[in-house]
Design a protein. Structure first.
Ligand SMILES: *Cc1c(COP(=O)(O)O)cnc(C)c1O
Length: 417
């Protein structure tokens, strides 16, 4: 009944390519975006300096999430860098972060010569495990970046409680969780700063782009906007540069494409969630696979759809399962951010940073010399080996869910011990 696996020459069970975030098959972009874009081009002003789109995008995105202050940037990584520049850590200061997130969460820490201290994840949702935070805190810890991974809100009550007791600044990385909620509160409104990405794969996209949201400015003597604008207090008139900072401006073109997507965002994530919950229930009785569990007090957005494999019940490893699923027509990969957690990439493991200095890992002013050893975060390492990460889209239908469930059943059936 299931037939031979496609990877062994059988017929793929998914007959046509699934919608993908990479083209119009998987995205809701259209006439309004084209019209606004044309208006900007006709105006001849493509920059926030003379236009109105970036300012409007900032105002309306902040309103949608529920924050007072917004600064648009040209990527999620630059939004996070803006946040770290705002905090202005001393070289050698430490910032807690999950090893399961995009490298864009860590690059800004290293760029400011601070140290990422990796806190292991909770296998239930692959978010930073609050029970592991306190043992990672030292007298040099300044801040904590909490990523809402796969669109699943982290346990913010627990995170904020620890952060407040230890006087840590909290940055929420909401790149994968636009409009997700935790106990009714929108993700991005619970920490001190929130960072978003509008890169091609995100729920709302401007190709590349980002945003930093906050409720309070100037906490560390710096204005948030100056941190992405060459340290330039333009509002005072004239030219001045108060401190070292890059230029991370979003263009009017990006904002024009982002604005029409705002009213659709709720529907986009609702569609992604509905499909995902359909698949959750279809896979309930399939042995050896477990969809990530969403806590009942959270409303997730489903950035990726993650299936955890019980490898003890299978005759092959995770890579073989993924290869077989891909052959059946399901776009997926093993582990996020890849087969290994972030600290095993050469950038961090081999100290590939500033020339041959090894800074910040070897900084004399750091508390110790930083090396990231194999056993650092066992749960994260296991998650990378066991997770089938499926690309998701708001254009997936109930039919697609039947096809995906059939593909999973077919592959697991063939590889079951
Ligand atoms: C996408 C992403 C980033 C980085 O955003 P870019 O726009 O790609 O620079 C950071 N963190 C997470 C969790 C992401 O998914």
């Amino acid at each position: 009944m299931t037939g031979e696996l496609a990877i062994s020459g059988g017929t793929p069970i998914i007959p046509r390519p699934l919608p993908t975030y990479r083209d119009s098959s998987g995205r809701w972009l259209g006439e309004e975006e084209k019209q606004r874009l044309a208006q900007v081009i006709d105006s001849g002003c493509l920059s926030h300096l003379c236009g109105t789109q970036v300012a409007e995008f900032e105002r309306r995105f902040a309103e949608l999430i529920g924050c007072r202050l917004a600064v648009a940037t040209n990527s999620g990584t630059s939004a996070l860098h803006t946040a770290i520049l705002y905090l202005n850590p001393e070289p050698g200061d430490e910032i807690l972060v999950s090893p399961i997130t995009d490298m864009g969460t860590v690059i800004p820490i290293l760029s400011q010569l601070a140290l990422p201290v990796f806190v292991d994840v909770d296998p239930v949702d692959q978010n930073m495990n609050p029970a592991r935070i306190e043992e990672a805190i030292s007298e040099r810890t300044r801040a904590l970046i909490v990523t809402h991974m796969h669109g699943s809100p982290a346990d913010m009550d627990a995170v904020m409680d620890i952060a407040r007791r230890h006087n840590l600044f909290v940055i929420e990385d909401c790149a994968q969780a636009q409009l997700a909620t935790y106990k009714g509160r929108t993700v991005g409104t619970m920490g001190d700063l929130a960072c978003f990405s509008f890169q091609q794969s995100k729920h709302l996209t401007t190709g590349d782009g980002g945003m930093v949201l906050a409720n309070q400015d100037g906490l560390f003597g710096r204005n948030l906007r100056h941190c992405m604008d060459k340290g330039w207090p333009r509002e005072r008139g004239g030219r001045d540069h108060l401190f070292l900072a890059p230029n991370y401006h979003m263009t009017e073109l990006q904002a024009a494409v982002g604005l029409p997507q705002l009213p659709r965002l709720e529907a986009v994530i609702a569609a992604r969630r509905e499909s995902a919950r359909n698949l959750d229930s279809q896979l309930q009785d399939v042995p050896a696979v477990h969809p990530l569990r969403i806590q009942p007090d959270r409303r997730e957005t489903r950035f990726f759809y993650v299936l955890t494999l019980d490898l003890t019940q299978l005759s092959v490893d995770g890579a073989a399962v993924v290869a077989a699923l891909v052959a059946e027509g399901l776009p997926c990969f093993l582990g996020y951010p890849g087969k290994v957690p972030l600290y095993k990439y050469p950038m961090i493991r081999d100290h590939q940073t500033f020339g041959s200095s090894g800074w910040p890992f070897t900084l004399p002013s750091a508390r110790r010399r930083w090396n990231y050893t194999d056993a650092l975060c066992p749960m994260a390492e296991l998650a990378c080996r066991e997770s089938v990460v499926i690309w998701w889209s708001e254009r997936l239908t109930a039919d697609h869910m039947d096809q995906i469930a059939a593909a999973v059943r077919k592959v697991i059936g063939a590889y079951r011990r």
